[in-house]
Structure formats: structure tokens, C-alpha cells
Design a protein around this ligand. Structure first.
Ligand code: BGC
Ligand code: NOJ
Length: 825
């Protein structure tokens, strides 16, 4: 069944939404540097600079009624009727509606009564501006004189205060208007050195800056007074709720089109004085900004630059293969989503309010795995920022605020997996780039004061490599009675809280409890450690430091022995030992007998090479796999268990309680690739792939172009329903599964390793991969219908010696194009 709400336009790299009443607002992101916007298919959302909590420029109320109201709205007043090209908020019927979700832009078009209004919104690379290019076309046989009204509601930057502290915020709002530019200057008089400007390059005939004047006090956005009356009031906000609105009056002959722009910018005063006269902001920077974006061609050029930047970004990895979903998602949408997760971690989406979480330590390290090939230099900086929030004993701040880059414990701490992801991300970066200099970069630890000496120099900060050693040592030091790593507050599964014992509904599961002295152990961390230790050892091999490699492999061997001796339940890996030493994820339990995470990580860490790794994956197929993906555990918990924490707080079948948590599905897919079953890897991939959900979209409900964090499992009455799209580790890990697992193009220290694991029915595929500045044109053929196994590799016409099970194609000089022909068999 076709998706009634829209379709992919693969050629133009767009998803075309053709009905505004999607089963949930379908989101896009604008911006990829400092200024970001969330933009739904009806124009809803908000804009912020770097940090959705601390620098929110426009206002949005999450979970509002109606849902998703507030955004970058245009009201059209034409011949007495009022409508919006994006349908909301007025929801007047449209003769035609379309939202083209593109890479870094959305183009929303509505047509009614012979008038077509199109709004292209984007943030161009390298600029703190959100541009709305608006085209109004008269498609009727007669003359038309419509009036347009723009609308944004300004936020007072600190989003939590903005949403809660009305006794203050109703008194602080200040604006200035100069020509077609509306300046939101609240708090400039005190500690801020920035303001927001909203301007228009069209024929502006009026403005409003007071929400009470524009909307009314008792009215809603759908019945806002000004657009329905057809005349702006020229209101100046004094306190209450400042907004920005322009009235634009047009006169269009039949067939005539007029194009102009609205520009929304974040302006920093820099070294300029704040005021040019008492109570009058110095607006020089703002005027320059408005002039720059009003120049003829400026908006078109900026849009061309945005498209060009995405051409370049996506040129780093391209595939043509027999599966249309893999091709479409890997070439475009998966990489696009990886950009969003890299930039925003888990901070701002339709499921993350931008107030709760900043950059997650665990999350951002994993996000880097799917991003590092796109802009390695940004990945490098991220590694250093993350490492600098680690403490000298190895503990990591679980998150940091993007604006300040300072770690905090607001969303919890003592997650004993955090530090290990830094090893994986750093090694991925070094393999991608060959840049070993990053290992010597001074990062320092968040709890150490580095005194400034009399000569101005600071004490040397410990290097990134030092952090990796600290991380390995931390797990070695924190092991429990079975020699397995302690879990601390939780591991990757934030809801497996074995030390929480919370009986108090007023506390957060994520911060409650005390880990001191606890003996609860995690088999998943054991598997993760095995993988991380092997990565570090391989790095030492590459650095020519065999004794360090040997030492780390010795540590790994200790944990491997403990895992194999105490981590096995008989048919699968246990998940953990709780604080009382009882096994979790055992056949002996009535609920939560088998968990997915330890099956995936023990395989990826190389445990159970005696056949148990495969047996555990088979158990996943038998007990956890569904047509919509693999559920997290079975049977679902039906009662709250004090000793297990938040996981048992969810109703059966959702989130961590037997929901399909897509992120961990990817580890199973990758594990199948390691074990050589490409059919299972691809089938698993497709079971959670959003583009493959279009025929069940009314059940699935979320965007078909980005992965979701969860899909409800069969224990839930809403089996198949997705939640938490966009900001999920599923994005990065799926890119790893597809590019490195299935297609088998694996960055390695010595070069590009090629070791595909594909469905037997695939005759072959092609990949173009940018790697350390050279371009590899890789053609893989599969004459014998195998899943895995390389028979030969020919590079630029010369056979690579010993090309069995994935030979490494040596890194070629930057700028060269390398032809690689691979035959499986
Ligand atoms: C969610 C987890 C999430 C955690 C973050 C929990 O409520 O179930 O998925 O990682 O909150 O703090
Ligand atoms: C979402 C969190 O962002 C991530 O860090 C965690 O691993 C998963 N939930 C699983 O609980």
C-alpha cells in the first residue's frame, strides 16, 4: 500500500509530504554549524543558537494543544479569507499542499483560490541566519492584492526560565523597530551582548511586535486578530510577549510572481557598545546583517551554497546496490540524520525538549561513528571536548552543555559504560583519518586544576591517549565478584538501574540511588570492554608499541575469561548480576529472561568464539525477533522491581521494557555480519528501516526518512508504532552496519579493508568512498552467490596479495582515484 502522506523523490534527495495532517508532525532540521532550527511539515518549530536551552531565539511549547502550534508562520489574507501555506495554524482547506523535506531546508507550498505561496526555509552554512524565501504567484485569471503577515514569537533565550518564570518574564520584553527590521533586545541592558533581528526584504506596509495585539489575549494562533482584520497595528511590546510580524502588501497581475525573503538572525555585539543612546540599542551589526541579506541574489546564493555543501558531504560515501532501501537511506537520509545527531546529540527534537539534555557523553561518542567520514575535523574537536569532561579517575560527566562545554550531572552520573565509548570513537577517528597526532592532544581532566605558571604556561594537560588508558584502567579497577565490570548507575541501558532501589515517585530514576560499594555487574559492559580493549591494542600495534598492545590484550584476556566463565546462561549471555548477586537475563527468571544488548556486545567483543556467540544470536532470532525489529528483552516485565529500576517502570512492550529499541538492533545486525550471515543482517536492517515502513505508515506514524529510537513491541497494544525519531544512536550505528558490515568498506589503520557480508542473492554492488582524501571506486561481484568471503581484490589493475577475508587496500595519495575490483567467493 502506498503511503497516503507522501513519497520519496530520490533524484532530488527530498521527501515530499503531500498532506499536512501527517500521523504526527514530521520534522526537519535547519542548520549545521551554530544556528539551528526545528521545522515541521506545517512550519512549526523554533530556532536556537548553539544551545537549545541557553540560547533559544524563538518560542515553542512542546506537547501543546493543538500539537505543534507555534513556528515560522505566514498568514495569507486574500479576498477576505485567511489561510497558511503550511495549513497551520488556521487550517483553512488548501487546494494544494506540499512540503518538500530537503537536506537542510524545507519548502512548504500552499495554494488556494488561485494564489500560490511557497516558503523555502533554510540556514546557510557558516551563517547565523535563518532565511525564508517566499514566492507568491497569482494563478488566477484576475488581479490579486493579497496581504501576507509573518509571525514568530521571541523567546527570552534561557528556555526553562522562558517557559516557567512569568513573574519575571512578563516584565522584561523589549523590542525596537527600524524600517522593516524588528529587533528583539530583551536583556541587552544587563548581561547579554546579543539580540535577535527579524527583517523582511519585501514591500512591508506594517508590523506588530506585541503578541497580545497580533493574536489577542483570549484568541488562539488560528484566529489571530491581525491577519483576520487584514491590518497590522504597529504595536510595540512593553513586557508580556514580544513577537515579530510584518505586513506585506502585494499587487499581482494574473500569472505574476513576486519573491522576497524574511531573515531571522542572531547578532552578537562583539566589541561594539551596547547602546547608541540611552535605551537605544547600537544596531550597527544588525543593520549590516539586514543589508547583507537584502542584497540581490544573496538568498539564492546561500541556498546554492547549502546544496553544494550537501553534494560534497554525501560524495564521501555512495552506494548502488540491489536493495532500494539500503541505497536510498545510505546515500542520503542516514548520513543526513548522522549530521543531526552529531550536532544535537539528544538535545532538541519533537521528543527532546532542548531543556533536559545537552551533549551526552555516551551518545556523542557513538554519534561520531556515523559522522567521522563526513567532516573529520569536526569529529576531532568533538573528541577533545568530550575527553575534557572526563575526570582523572575515569568517571565521565554524562553530559555537557553545548554552549559552555562544561560537564554536569543534571541527568545523572556513574554510568560505567561511558568512558569505553571514547575508546571506540577515538579509534574510529584515527582509522578514518590516519591522524595519530590527535592522540597527543592535551585534553586534561575536568577535576584537575592546571595552574598557570609564572611564565604564563599552564601545567601540561594529559593527552587523549592518556584518557583512553584511563578508561581501560577504570573498567579493570571496577570489577565485581565474578570479575565482570561493575555497572554503576546503569550501562548503555539507562533504565537498568541495579543500584537505584527507588520507592519515591518524586525522584528521577536517572539520578536516584547510590553506587558506592555496589557489586552489581554488567555483561554488556564486559562485551563492550572486550571490543574497546582490542581497538586500543590494535592502535598500539599500529603505533609500533607492541608491549603496550600486549599489556592491553592481557587485560582483555582477563575480562574475556570472566565473561566466558560467568556471563553465560546456557543458551545465551546473561545481562547482568544485580546488587544482591542474582543473575539478570536468565532462563530461570519468569520475566526478562533474555536481553538483546549482551548478545550483541559479547559477539562484537569476540566472546564465545567456540560457537556460543552464534548460539546467542540464534537465541535472539528465536526469542526476540519480530517483523518490526528485535525487542529488548523477553518476557516483558509486568510488575515494578525495585532491584531493576526504570526498566520495569514502563508498560510492557515500550521503550526499554521489551520495546524494539532500534539502536541495539544494529549490534545484532553487525554481529551477523561478523559471523557471515548477510541475509539475516539485511533482513534485520529492513525490519527497522523507516523507508520500508511506508506501507504501514498509519501504524508506524513517524517520518519515513529517519530512524526512530523505538518501535512498540508485540507486548504493547500499539505494536509497530514508532517513537523518538531523529536523535538516536540508531543513525550512526546503522551507517556502520550498512557501510562497514553489509557493504564491508571498513576504514582501518593501514588503509581501507574490504570485507562485505551481503545477502546471497545479491549479484554485487558498487561503492564510492572518500578516504583520507582519495576516492575509491569499489565494484564488488558475487558470482558464486556467497554471503561473505573475498576471493580476489584488484586495485588499479594489480592483484592484492592474500586478499582473503578482507584485504586492506593501502591508503592512496590524496586527490587520486583508485579503482578497486572485488570478487567474492
Ligand atoms: C529513557 C532512556 C533515556 C533516559 C535518559 C529514560 O527515561 O527511557 O531511553 O536514555 O531516560 O535520561
Ligand atoms: C537513550 C539514551 O540517549 C542513550 O544514551 C541510552 O543508551 C538509551 N536511551 C538506552 O537507554
Amino acid at each position: 500500500m502506498a503511503n497516503p502522506y507522501g513519497h520519496f523523490d530520490d533524484e532530488r534527495r527530498e521527501y515530499v509530504i503531500t498532506r499536512p495532517d501527517t500521523p504526527w508532525p514530521w520534522l526537519n532540521y535547519l542548520g549545521q554549524d551554530d544556528l539551528f532550527g526545528l521545522c515541521t511539515n506545517t512550519g512549526g518549530g523554533y530556532t536556537f543558537w548553539r544551545d537549545a536551552k541557553l540560547r533559544r531565539l524563538t518560542r515553542y511549547r512542546y506537547n501543546n494543544v493543538p500539537l505543534d502550534s507555534g513556528g515560522r508562520y505566514l498568514y495569507v489574507h486574500d479576498g477576505g479569507t485567511v489561510w497558511n501555506p503550511g495549513w497551520k495554524p488556521v487550517k483553512a482547506a488548501l487546494d494544494r499542499y506540499e512540503c518538500r523535506v530537503g537536506l537542510g531546508y524545507s519548502r512548504i507550498t500552499g495554494e488556494r483560490d488561485g494564489l500560490e505561496v511557497s516558503q523555502l526555509v533554510f540556514v546557510p552554512p557558516g551563517h547565523d541566519v535563518e532565511l525564508w524565501q517566499v514566492s507568491v504567484r497569482n494563478t488566477s485569471p484576475g488581479r490579486k492584492q493579497p496581504r501576507l503577515f509573518s509571525f514568530v514569537e521571541f523567546a527570552f533565550y534561557e528556555a526553562l526560565v522562558d517557559l516557567t518564570n512569568y513573574q519575571r518574564t512578563y516584565s522584561i520584553g523589549e523590542v525596537e523597530v527600524e524600517g522593516a527590521a524588528i529587533y528583539h533586545v530583551t536583556e541587552l541592558r544587563e548581561r547579554r551582548d546579543h539580540y535577535t533581528v527579524f527583517a523582511c526584504t519585501g514591500p512591508v506596509t506594517g508590523f506588530d511586535t506585541s503578541r497580545e495585539a497580533f493574536v489577542g489575549v483570549h484568541e488562539g494562533l488560528h484566529e489571530a486578530r491581525v491577519p483576520f482584520s487584514g491590518r497590522a497595528t504597529g504595536s510595540i511590546a512593553h513586557g508580556w510577549n514580544p513577537i515579530g510580524s510584518h505586513e506585506v502588501s502585494l499587487d499581482l497581475e494574473p500569472g505574476e510572481e513576486q519573491t522576497f525573503a524574511f531573515v531571522l538572525g542572531f547578532v552578537q555585539q562583539g566589541d561594539l557598545p551596547k547602546f547608541e543612546a540611552p535605551q537605544v540599542a547600537d544596531k550597527r551589526r544588525g543593520r549590516e546583517f539586514v543589508a547583507r541579506w537584502s542584497a540581490p541574489g544573496a538568498v539564492d546564493e546561500a541556498f546554492a551554497a547549502l546544496n553544494h555543501s550537501w553534494d560534497e558531504l554525501l560524495d564521501g560515501f555512495r552506494v548502488e546496490c540491489p536493495d532500494p532501501h539500503v541505497t536510498r537511506m545510505a546515500n542520503t537520509w542516514n548520513q543526513y540524520q548522522c549530521m543531526a545527531t552529531f550536532n544535537l546529540s539528544r538535545s532538541a527534537s519533537l521528543f527532546e525538549s532542548g531543556i533536559g539534555r545537552g551533549m551526552g557523553f555516551r551518545d556523542s561518542n557513538q554519534d561520531l561513528l556515523g559522522f567521522v567520514h563526513m567532516v573529520p575535523a569536526r569529529a576531532r574537536q568533538r573528541l577533545l571536548d568530550l575527553a575534557a569532561t572526563q575526570l582523572s579517575d575515569g568517571t565521565c560527566f554524562h553530559q555537557y552543555q553545548p554552549l559552555t562545554k562544561k560537564g554536569n550531572a543534571d541527568v545523572g552520573g556513574d554510568f560505567y559504560d561511558d568512558h569505553l565509548w571514547l575508546v571506540l570513537s577515538t579509534c574510529a577517528y584515527v582509522k578514518e583519518t590516519g591522524d595519530v597526532s590527535v592522540l597527543d592532544e592535551p585534553c586534561g581532566y575536568a577535576d584537575v586544576e592546571y595552574p598557570v605558571r609564572s611564565d604564563g604556561a599552564t601545567d601540561p594537560r594529559e593527552s587523549l591517549l592518556h584518557h583512553l588508558e584511563t578508561s581501560i584502567a577504570y573498567t579493570m579497577a571496577k570489577r565485581g565478584p565474578h570479575g565482570l565490570p561493575l555497572i554503576g548507575h546503569a550501562d548503555w541501558n539507562d533504565c537498568l538501574n541495579l543500584n537505584c532501589f527507588s520507592t519515591e515517585p518524586n525522584e528521577s530514576f536517572q539520578t536516584a540511588g547510590d553506587v558506592a560499594g555496589s557489586q552489581a555487574e554488567s555483561v554488556m559492559i564486559a562485551g563492550l570492554f572486550l571490543a574497546a580493549a582490542e581497538e586500543l591494542a590494535a592502535l598500539y600495534d599500529h603505533l609500533g608499541r607492541p608491549s603496550d598492545a600486549h599489556r592491553v590484550r592481557g587485560q582483555r584476556a582477563e575480562v574475556l575469561a570472566a565473561t566466558e566463565a560467568h556471563g553465560w546462561d546456557g543458551e545465551w549471555w546473561l545481562r547482568a548480576y544485580d546488587a544482591a548477586g542474582a543473575p539478570v537475563g536468565t532462563h530461570a527468571d519468569d520475566e526478562g529472561r533474555i536481553f538483546v544488548e549482551s548478545q550483541g556486545w559479547c559477539a562484537l567483543g569476540g566472546a564465545g568464539a567456540d560457537g556460543r556467540a552464534r548460539q546467542a544470536l540464534e537465541a535472539v532470532e528465536t526469542h526476540l525477533a519480530t517483523p518490526n525489529g528485535i525487542v529488548l528483552q523477553q518476557p516483558a516485565y509486568t510488575r515494578y522491581r525495585l532491584e531493576l529500576g526504570e526498566i520495569t517502570s514502563y508498560p510492557p512492550g515500550v521503550k526499554e521494557n521489551a520495546g524494539i529499541f532500534c539502536h541495539n538492533n544494529t549490534w545484532i545486525h553487525l554481529a551477523w555480519c561478523r559471523l557471515g550471515d548477510g541475509d539475516r543482517a539485511l533482513a534485520g536492517y529492513l525490519s527497522v528501516c523507516p523507508s520500508a515502513k511506508e506501507d504501514q505508515i498509519d501504524t508506524y506514524r513517524l517520518e519515513p526518512y529517519v530512524y526512530a529510537q523505538t518501535i512498540a513491541g508485540p507486548d504493547s497494544p500499539t505494536f509497530g508504532e514508532a517513537k523518538n525519531s531523529w536523535l538516536t544512536g540508531t543513525a550512526a550505528w546503522t551507517f556502520v552496519v550498512v557501510s562497514q558490515g553489509i557493504l564491508g568498506v571498513q576504514p582501518d589503520h593501514a588503509g581501507l579493508r574490504i570485507d562485505p557480508c551481503i545477502p546471497r542473492s545479491w549479484p554485487g554492488f558498487r561503492v564510492t568512498r572518500r578516504f583520507r582524501g582519495a576516492t575509491y571506486e569499489i565494484t564488488v561481484t558475487n558470482p558464486d552467490g556467497v554471503s561473505k568471503g573475498v576471493r580476489s581484490i584488484v586495485v588499479d589493475g594489480r592483484a592484492v596479495e592474500g586478499a582473503v577475508d578482507g584485504a586492506v587496500v593501502p591508503a592512496a595519495p590524496a586527490g587520486t582515484v583508485v579503482a578497486v575490483e572485488v570478487v567474492l567467493g
